[in-house]
Design a protein around this ligand. Sequence first.
Ligand SMILES: [Zn+2]
Length: 66
Amino acid sequence: MADVNNTKAYPGDIAIECSKVRKCGWKGMESDMASVPHKTMKGAMQRICPKCGCDSYYRRDTGCAT
Ligand SMILES: [Zn+2]
C-alpha cells in the first residue's frame, strides 16, 4: 500500500480516504476519485471511490502543508 497519491491536482484539492476503511482502504486525493452523475441531484456530479464506488469519504489530515 505504498502508492498513495498526496499531490494536489489543484489548489483546494484535499487528501482523503474511503469511508470503508476496512473493506476498501483506498486513499488518495479528492481529484483521484471517480466522477459520476449524482444519485439524487439531477445534472449534478458527485465523486465516488474509484475502487469500491462508495460515495462517502474521510479527510486525511496531513498536518503539514509543504
Ligand atoms: Zn472505497
